[in-house]
Design a protein around this ligand. Structure first.
Ligand SMILES: N[C@@H](CCC(=O)N[C@@H](CS)C(=O)NCC(=O)O)C(=O)O
Length: 312
């Protein structure tokens, strides 16, 4: 089997969600460190321009967005499942909602504490190429009360759900191992708690969640060995995309047919369009083919949640 290659950087919490899933499943993987700021030319050759981090590569199959990456890892290594107790639909939906709702508020709270240390080029890049908003401390400060309300409301329902789970004898939301929802709630908290001083807990109403947080933090990252971006590109060029066995072969439930030219674009931020030919699609995932002069034939996998797939 081809290596499992993760393109990521240490400070990226969405990457931490993937690293922790690799740890949970006890997997061995290759680690390609990317710069926290573009340009990332060798990665762009694989992704067709999709700019967010992390990206998972398995040979010539490129999985963009953690909502495509975690299901790919689940198919490769089903145990322990990230959908304990058959929670897949509920956990996937709520995880999407959590990340959408708390991402900017989490950044707002973090900037309140560490904003003075952010380099100007980082603030410029995140405004122009990623979030579309100014995340400097003076620009975020007026929204702090609102951001705190959002986080308190979300940690409130998480605490309620975990208390009920504990009463059923579960350590995590749906059972004895973390679900995709636990991992999503955990990763944004990881960004905040790793980088802000301890008083952040009281500010956002994090109390009662410490043991749950610590159990996920203790999972670790599995077995990683370093790989260079050049080696990863060569691995893609030497491989062929895998046949798509997990999606229906008769096209998109919305009517797009295999062979159609499409453009796939995130619907929230870093809205770089990626063009290709539809290979297969379901309500959960779309796979497109593209040819890159350096990397060869590739299949790019995107989740449907959070992406627009349009014919061209
Ligand atoms: N929905 C995406 C979000 C990924 C995301 O926003 N990642 C951040 C890093 S944690 C990012 O790409 N930041 C801009 C960059 O690194 O270029 C996912 O689940 O993978």
């Amino acid at each position: 089997m081809s290596d499992i290659i993760l393109h990521h950087y240490g400070l990226s919490p969405f990457s931490e969600k993937v690293r922790t899933t690799l740890g949970l499943k006890g997997m061995s993987w290759r680690s390609v460190d990317v710069a926290p700021l573009p340009p990332r030319p060798l990665l762009a050759a694989l992704t067709g321009g999709y700019r967010r981090i992390p990206v998972l590569q398995i040979g010539a199959d490129i999985h963009c967005d953690t909502n495509a990456i975690l299901p790919a890892l689940e198919r490769l290594q089903p145990e322990p499942s990230i959908y304990p107790g058959g929670c897949e639909g509920l956990a996937r939906g709520a995880a999407f909602g959590w990340e959408r709702s708390v991402w900017i508020p989490t950044i707002g709270v973090l900037v309140h504490f560490i904003g003075d240390a952010l380099p100007p080029e980082f603030i410029k890049d995140r405004k122009e190429g990623y979030l579309g908003i100014d995340i400097s401390k003076p620009a975020m400060a007026p929204d702090l009360p609102h951001h705190l309300q959002v986080l308190r409301a979300h940690y409130g329902w998480l605490r309620q759900a975990l208390t009920a789970a504990k009463a059923r004898g579960h350590a995590f939301l749906f059972g004895q191992s973390p679900s995709v929802l636990d991992l999503a709630c955990w990763q944004t908290t990881f960004l905040m708690r790793k980088n802000a001083p301890p008083e952040v807990d009281a500010l956002v109403g994090f109390h009662g969640l410490e043991a749950w947080y610590a159990s996920i933090a203790a999972i670790g990252h599995g077995h990683a060995s370093a790989m260079t971006p050049e080696e990863a590109l060569a691995a893609a060029a030497a491989a062929r995309p895998a046949a798509v066995a997990h999606l229906r072969p008769d096209g998109d439930p919305g009517g797009l047919q295999p062979g159609a030219s499409v453009v796939v674009t995130p619907d929230d931020n870093a809205r770089v369009p990626v063009t290709g030919t539809l290979v297969a699609a379901s309500d959960a995932e779309v796979v497109i083919h593209r040819h890159d002069p350096q990397a060869g034939d590739l299949h790019l996998h995107f989740p449907r949640l959070g992406f627009d797939v349009m014919p061209i």
